[in-house]
Design a protein around this ligand. Structure first.
Ligand SMILES: Nc1ncnc2c1ncn2[C@@H]1O[C@H](COP(=O)(O)OP(=O)(O)OP(=O)(O)O)[C@@H](O)[C@H]1O
Length: 316
């Protein structure tokens, strides 16, 4: 069967849909004939990827941004949990932020994405499987490939989602970040972590707490510069509970990854983690960010699925 391209025409503010026919020539020169499906709605890529794995495709390729990668991964993981053999997963970055492809070492060029897919080098990347609470209190589960964070990041995502209809992408992100900082709260969180055979429990206070396979979130902020997407462990970064001004100054250092040297920031590694919010009065402002999209809230339980998906990566 031919490789299947799952194209999000709405990614990069709609540019991907407008430019895809121009991209098809270079793609087919590298990969030969391909099948193409355009997503028609949010989360459609989950169904397409799951069905592609179920019908025995050898390769699926996401064409879009981090949200598209996330959805294809969710579909593949649903197929894996149903006992299906998974296709190799190719990435053609055509989004706005591109946080996951940065960790994998992709240059943001169509020819580089195509070369990586054609060359066939893979990395078996880790996936997080988690359960969370929806805004109506229902328990649900899902997956993440890059970063699952909670606190101010989820609040910013929610403001971005509410504002994109009236503002352009960059402007929406900037105003949402300012609003997110102004409205951010300190969560008091009961945190239980498991590593190898042992577990430990502690109560922490934080404005933002990130559970990472990849290194970047928020369009280029290197929250976990030490993370490797295929080491079988989450790198957990707690950005602390400093005042808003001090938190802003520490967070700004994420662009260079030097925030990890701040005494406010804590880092540890684990295979499984549970978070429960103790000050429930801040629950509607202490929210989840899953691979860059808003989702729900605590309580949260996360477990590692090591080496779950074979991703086609640059040779380097
Ligand atoms: N046909 C569609 N109509 C409307 N929304 C869609 C459609 N297909 C996918 N989406 C949604 O588009 C959103 C954004 O996609 P994606 O993340 O790939 O692009 P981006 O936001 O430009 O990139 P990045 O996340 O890297 O900044 C996702 O939440 C996805 O669910």
């Amino acid at each position: 069967m031919k490789p299947l391209l799952i194209v999000n025409p709405q990614s990069a503010g709609g540019k991907t849909g407008a430019l895809f026919e121009k991209m098809r020539g270079p793609i087919e020169r590298h990969l030969g004939h391909v099948d193409v499906v355009f997503t028609e709605r949010s989360r459609h890529a989950v169904d397409i990827a799951r069905d592609a794995a179920s019908e025995g495709r050898g390769m699926v390729i996401s064409v879009g941004g981090d949200g598209s990668i996330h959805e294809v991964v969710c579909g593949l993981m649903e197929a894996r949990d149903a006992g299906k053999k998974l296709p190799k997963f190719g990435i053609i970055g055509a989004g706005t932020g591109g946080d996951y492809r940065r960790t994998l070492g992709f240059e943001n060029r169509l020819d580089r994405y195509c070369e990586a897919i054609a060359e066939g080098k893979t990395r078996a990347v880790d996936i997080g499987r988690f359960s969370y609470a929806t805004h109506t209190g229902e328990r649900k589960s899902s997956y993440f490939v890059n970063i699952l964070s909670v606190g101010m990041s989820g609040l910013v995502d929610q403001f971005v989602a509410e504002s994109t209809r009236t503002l352009g992408g960059t402007m929406a992100y900037f105003t949402s970040s300012v609003k997110g900082l102004a409205r951010s709260v300190v969560g008091r969180v009961k945190c239980t972590i498991w590593r190898e055979d042992g577990s430990r429990e502690e109560t922490i206070e934080t404005r933002c707490f990130a559970i990472c396979n990849g290194r970047y979130f928020g369009s280029g902020m290197q929250v976990a510069p030490m993370a490797h997407p295929d080491d079988g462990l989450f790198d957990v970064v707690d950005l602390g509970a400093a005042s808003r001004l001090r938190f802003f100054m520490v967070s700004s250092r994420m662009y260079t990854g030097t925030h990890v040297h701040s005494l406010d920031v804590k880092h540890y590694r684990c295979e499984r983690i549970q978070l429960e919010l103790l000050n429930e009065d801040v629950a509607d402002r202490f929210l989840l960010d899953v691979d860059g999209e808003p989702l729900g809230r605590l309580p949260l339980e996360v477990e590692m699925v090591p080496g779950a998906i074979e991703v086609l990566v640059p040779k380097q």
